[in-house]
Ligand binder design. Structure first.
Ligand code: UFG
Length: 351
């Protein structure tokens, strides 16, 4: 049984804490009174996010934040950080996440995502820290047989190396608990995180051309892109376009704080879906974003994107019943906050 500790006495090491979901989670952790150590190599994030975090949480809470610019796969660096801080819990976000890129760079994806996880859990074990929350993904459900998806829905073959890394890391962490039941593992399966901090100070800052729908819509709304490319309108959905369960990044962040509280004093492996339970189509997103930004957003219909599923959305009753967590923001809120971020920071953190 892992020891039960109060937030003020809990040091949480957050890998990838400068990234989109990581940074929003760090804000919620600091606001919840936790001590936070971020390890991020800034390969897909900006150091400037830390000033924004400080502005949001205030000086007192920000005093509980330490940042190390390091690769999680750099064992000597990670060991030094563990020696110094003795983290009680780890939230593991760090990883490459571009689905298309993973197809052309499988070695980089497997080596980075799986390699850094193996290094991390080994260093954790050496330091007697056996509590980990892992950023998994609804991608492990593949093309669903039925909706909504519960945690009991079968895992399917992944369609790309990125998806396989999520799939395999879930298995690795589960095997770790089988070998040593003292491990306390929470696998959080995210649906589609969008939105931004309501303050307009933090949001998604993709490098280059966005792969995901909402960042692309946001850049089209601001005039950086000519039109949204809608990947297929012949799916078996009400308007023919793909349906996803979009979740506000702040809701996702509070889901991690709920998971930390829930796992406190436990051991085992538990899986939770983090979504809203509502499916929204590509055209509905474009419409909601048009309302948020106050003008029409141009779009063109294109061929389907290989590997995309028709529809997925979550049953989130397990997270509600066990952790007392529920998403609070709707699609209008998500588009409003994305637009607020995009319009005030047209070039992201470097703007
Ligand atoms: N889409 C477009 N045009 C675009 C981008 C996307 O029409 O320019 C469509 C897609 O076809 C899909 C929907 O918008 O129907 C959402 O696509 P995203 O790329 O935003 O998100 P995905 O559902 O493909 O993938 C996301 C995460 C993955 C994760 C997966 C889990 O990006 O990391 O959800 O289901 F694995």
């Amino acid at each position: 049984m892992s020891e039960k500790i109060a937030p003020a006495d809990t040091c949480v090491l957050v890998t990838g804490g400068a990234g989109f979901i990581g940074s929003h989670t760090v804000v919620e952790l600091l606001s919840g009174g936790y001590k936070v150590v971020v390890v991020d190599d800034l390969s897909n994030a900006s150091r400037k996010v830390f000033d924004r975090i400080k502005t949001i949480v205030g000086d007192d809470a920000a005093a509980n934040l330490t940042f190390y610019e390091a690769d999680v796969n750099d064992r000597p660096a990670l060991t030094k950080i563990f020696d110094e801080h003795h983290p009680d819990r780890v939230i593991h976000f760090a990883g490459f996440k571009a689905v298309g890129e993973s197809v052309s760079k499988p070695i980089e994806y497997y080596s980075n995502n799986i390699g850094n996880t193996l290094t991390l859990v080994d260093v954790m074990r050496e330091h007697g820290c056996k509590s980990i929350i892992f950023s998994s993904s609804a991608t492990v459900y593949g093309d669903p047989d039925s909706l909504p998806l519960t945690e009991e829905s079968p895992k399917k073959m992944a369609t790309n190396p990125y998806g396989w890394t999520k799939w395999m890391i879930e298995q690795i962490l589960t095997d770790l608990h089988t070998a040593d039941p003292e491990w306390n593992v929470v696998l959080l399966r995210y649906f589609n995180p969008i939105g931004a901090h309501p303050s307009g100070l933090m949001g998604e800052d993709p490098k280059g051309i966005p792969n995901n729908l909402v960042p692309y819509v946001a850049q089209t709304a601001i005039g950086k892109r000519d039109a949204v490319h809608v990947f297929g309108n012949d799916y078996d959905t009400p308007d023919g376009t793909g349906v996803r369960d979009y979740i506000h990044v702040v809701d996702l962040a509070t889901g991690h704080v709920a998971a930390l509280a829930w796992m406190n004093g436990r051991q085992g492996v538990e899986i939770f879906n983090l979504g809203t339970g509502t499916g929204t189509s590509v055209l509905q997103i474009i419409e909601a974003f048009s309302k948020a930004c106050g003008h029409e957003i141009p779009y063109v219909i294109e061929a389907r994107r290989p590997g995309d599923v028709t529809a997925n959305y979550a049953d989130c009753s397990k997270a509600r019943d066990l952790m007392g967590w529920e998403a609070k923001f709707n699609i209008e809120d998500m588009c409003r906050d994305s637009w607020n971020w995009q319009s005030h920071n047209p070039n992201g953190y470097e703007g």
